[in-house]
Design a protein around this ligand. Structure first.
Ligand SMILES: Cc1ncc(COP(=O)(O)O)c(C=O)c1O
Length: 375
């Protein structure tokens, strides 16, 4: 058998990793400023993370959601406290797409409606309603196009008003910092307008925090930079620092009912142990403050690079916009400078999404290398 060939690969084979450094088979080191699509939040191979998962698998790694799992309660309590969303309820699943799928499904159950409002350049995953709410026709199969989704532009309040007033919208799904799209952000006033219109028309407001959550923006959730209260918050990526885990936080106004949502693997013992370890390290090492501090330092350094047209993002969810497409620059950073960065749908944006415990010295290394490649 061969692998189904859907990924264009760089010719690199990571063999081990610690913190923000990845080593390949030949011992060559790479500086990881991308975390495998914003997944590595507390650094590769964090000792506390390794210990927590090892200890857990020695006891029990998995059982289904038909029996008690005290780790889920420990996680719910800790996540509620650290995120400031203590009054929400938690449903655990396995990935970002699955989180959004459950969020959209719940919104539809709750409102009895089915049309979704999403935004231009959004990315919410590759399955069913999540991919239909993603602004990329190339990854929407005919079966997905049956979902009713309307894409609006950030700041177009008139269009938003007009669409929600039609009465058939179940959810507005929003990244307050767009990830894959290229780090665009709605204004606080537009966010407030969305929240108010959702409330007025009984529409569920979903904050997609799959990429921006778990401290990446310097606050636990990126929507917390704006004064809004989403009805559902979807999470994944940095939540497990590489362990596949996702979830949704659900406002208490949405009632649970047996059988409404469900999953075989979601909330298993190992996933809980991984997420608990991430939360413990985030708190213990004050990583949200570090994300803010290092993010600000990164922006200062970026200002010294004349080819950078715009610096985008918050905390350690960052993008550098150039006047040219960055595919070659990204490739040269990897192959010549041994630094991983990311691309975006906006081809002129280079994305930087390092672990939240990255240090200034790594940012210095990046800018020295970037300048060399831009010479
Ligand atoms: C904002 C956002 N939502 C959802 C997803 C989908 O997550 P996953 O790849 O875990 O399904 C992504 C992945 O990049 C994302 O950035």
């Amino acid at each position: 058998m061969e692998l189904f060939d859907v990924y264009p690969l760089y010719n690199i084979t990571p063999a081990s990793a610690r913190g923000v450094i990845i080593k390949d088979e030949s011992g060559q080191e790479y500086l990881d400023l991308y975390g495998g699509h914003a997944v590595i939040s507390i650094g590769h191979g964090h000792p506390h993370y390794i210990k927590r998962i090892k200890n857990q698998i020695d006891k029990i790694g998995f059982y289904s959601n038909a029996v008690h799992n005290p780790l889920q309660h420990e996680l719910t309590e800790k996540l509620g406290r650290i995120s400031g969303c203590d009054d929400y309820h938690l449903f655990l699943c396995n990935s970002g797409a699955e989180a959004n799928e459950n969020a959209l499904k719940l919104a539809s159950f709750h409102t009895g409606k089915s049309r979704v409002i999403a935004f231009k350049n959004s990315f919410h995953g590759r399955t069913s309603a999540a991919v239909a709410s993603t602004d990329n026709p190339a990854i929407n199969a005919p079966i997905n196009r049956q979902q009713q989704v309307t894409f609006l532009t950030f700041e177009d309040i008139d269009a938003l008003r007009k669409e929600v007033a039609k009465g058939d919208v179940c959810a507005v799904i929003l990244e307050t910092i767009q990830g894959v799209g290229g780090l665009d952000e709605p204004s606080s006033s537009f966010c407030a307008e969305i929240a108010e219109l959702c409330k007025k028309h009984q529409v569920v407001l979903i904050a997609d925090e799959v990429q921006s959550g778990f401290g990446r923006s310097g606050k636990f959730f990126a929507f917390q930079h704006h004064n809004i209260t989403p009805d559902i918050i979807s999470i994944a990526k940095g939540m497990g620092n590489g362990f596949p885990v996702g979830g949704i936080l659900i406002h208490p106004k949405i009632e649970a009912k047996y059988g409404l949502l469900g999953t075989t693997f979601g909330g298993n013992h190992l996933a809980c142990a991984a997420t608990l370890a991430v939360l413990e390290v985030l708190e213990e090492e004050n990583l949200m403050a570090n994300a803010t501090e290092i993010g600000a330092y990164f922006k200062e350094c970026a200002k010294q690079v004349p080819q950078v047209k715009r610096i985008k993002g918050k905390g350690l969810m960052l993008g550098l916009e150039f006047g040219f497409e960055v595919a070659d620059l990204r490739k040269n950073l990897i192959l010549n400078q041994h630094i991983f960065t990311g691309s975006a749908k906006d081809k002129k944006v280079l994305r930087v999404l390092p672990a939240l415990n990255i240090e200034k010295v790594h940012i210095d290394t990046f800018f020295t290398s970037l300048k060399q490649e831009l010479e």
